[in-house]
Design a protein around this ligand. Structure first.
Ligand code: MV4
Length: 446
């Protein structure tokens, strides 16, 4: 097992990883930018190294400084959390070359899954259902037109280097396709330096349901059930829950088997997520694979009573999966509490938290790195905390969430608490009747 892990991240996830390391008897090293000097991850780690000014490019994304911090502190592994360097193939490689275990995917795996057209081809070969579309990249506009006719409009053009919706276009007819061809490629080129495009049938009003998976280096794999992440806005998730209210035991079995098949086909080591689109007929299609621990891993932990970060560290150290069948008996919901103004287009509201009181009691978990007096810096994402409730049923988890939100006091900055309060009262949400389009029509009451 590792003796000392450096956490190449900040905020709640850095603290989350430190907590598990402590329980495992592993020493921890925090790295921080000058903007995060007073952050809790710095205080709770055994050692802390300042790695530069506030801008991510000069601190949390600066690989040279992070490797140097590993060397100074003699850390034998790096946990990248989510975002930042967590899915950076070059960083994974540099760690490898310096004899530091990267607690995440190998460079080859990150590259294979980071190229979406390539990932899709790999999944198709493994027998995982994918959206009908172009086998590989589109050669030119004529090829795109031909392909669209074959799969029948509406179609979606996607950037192979994409993710998060960049370089993605829905086309309802050939005229739109012609327009999209240049604009999508230009957008992809600017964002990723790669304008490779592929095409799929457009799935209307899908649900975003993902399966948590784990694999070990001996070829064993298992799945840990699903998370419904359909409540999102501009590709930012706001609420996640498990089980999905749309799930049936038959569909879970099918999706779970597909996810395990995918994991084994690529010999995946570590924890990861297979994202699926699910249409109204409960057809499901592979969308993307995430080779990191995700923000919403918490709800899975709550319903199966299993520390996923601990599992991740154990798998990275070469331990075997204890493959067991798992059936969720509980229901968990996570609300992301962001420093944003939900009454004004969720605009970020960094600043000082002047007063802070967090909810507690049975079935409530708060993952947060903030406290009264903490200043939310403007340089990073606006996540303040993750509020998770767990109960026997979905109804009880919602009721508990309403109670917890009411108890939650964050003063000094605007937060998404009022949004979550209104969402929990929404009839469609309560009925489990929502797709990824839900937020397009949701309006805040003043
Ligand atoms: C789609 C789709 C409909 N049909 N693919 C959005 C991000 C990227 N990872 C894939 N995305 C989508 N791909 C086909 N063939 C709709 C989306 C989509 C979406 C997916 C999941 C969650 C939220 C979404 C919001 C808008 C579009």
């Amino acid at each position: 097992m590792f003796k000392k892990i450096l956490i190449a991240n900040r905020g709640e996830i850095a603290l989350r990883v430190i907590r598990t390391c402590k329980e495992m008897g592993i020493k921890t090293v925090a790295v921080y930018s000058t903007a995060d000097r007073d952050s809790l991850h710095v205080r709770f780690a055994d050692e802390a190294v300042c790695i530069g000014p506030p801008q991510s490019s000069q601190s949390y994304l600066d690989m040279v400084k992070i490797i140097a911090a590993c060397e100074i502190t003699n850390a034998d592994a790096v946990h990248p959390g989510y975002g930042f360097l967590s899915e950076n193939a070059q960083f994974s490689k540099i760690c490898q070359e310096n004899g530091i275990k990267f607690i995440g995917a190998s460079p080859e795996m990150i590259n294979a899954m980071g190229d979406k057209a390539n990932a899709k081809a790999t999944m198709l070969k493994a027998g995982v259902p994918c959206v009908p579309g172009s086998p590989g990249l589109l050669r030119d506009l004529d090829h795109a037109k031909e392909t669209a006719k074959k799969i029948v409009y509406p179609v979606m053009m996607k950037a192979t280097a994409g993710g998060g919706g960049k370089g993605m276009r829905v086309c309802w007819d050939e005229k739109q396709l012609i327009e999209a061809w240049d604009s999508a490629r230009k957008e992809a080129k600017a964002a990723f330096g790669n304008d490779g495009m592929y095409m799929e049938k457009f799935i209307e009003e899908p649900r975003h349901i993902e399966i948590q998976i784990a694999g070990d280096r001996y070829g064993n794999a298992c799945h840990l059930s699903e998370r419904d992440c359909s409540i999102q806005r501009r590709h930012q998730k706001l609420v996640e829950e498990t089980p999905s209210p749309f799930m049936t035991s038959k569909l879970r079995d099918k999706m779970g088997k597909a996810a395990v098949k995918a994991t084994k086909a690529i010999k995946y080591e570590g924890v990861g997520t297979i994202e699926f689109l699910v249409d109204k007929h409960r057809n499901f299609y592979f969308m993307e694979m995430n080779t990191r621990i995700q923000v919403e891993h918490t709800i899975t932990e709550e319903v199966i009573n299993y520390d996923l970060v601990k599992e991740q560290i154990k798998l990275a150290a070469g331990e075997k999966i204890v493959g067991k069948e798992y059936f969720p008996q509980l229901h968990a919901i996570q609300c992301r509490i962001n420093a944003e103004d939900p009454f004004n287009g969720f605009r970020p509201c960094p600043g000082k938290i002047t007063n802070y009181h967090q909810p507690g009691g049975h079935g409530i978990r708060v993952d947060a790195h903030v406290y009264a007096g903490y200043v939310i810096p403007p340089y990073y994402d606006s996540l303040i905390s993750k509020l998770i409730t767990v109960a026997q049923t979905r109804e009880e988890a919602i009721t508990k969430m309403e109670r917890a939100l009411e108890e939650y006091y964050i003063e000094g900055v605007m937060t998404t608490i009022p949004f979550h309060q209104q969402l929990m009262k929404n009839a469609d949400f309560r009925a489990g009747n929502f797709t990824t389009k839900f937020m397009e029509t949701f309006v805040m009451k003043k």
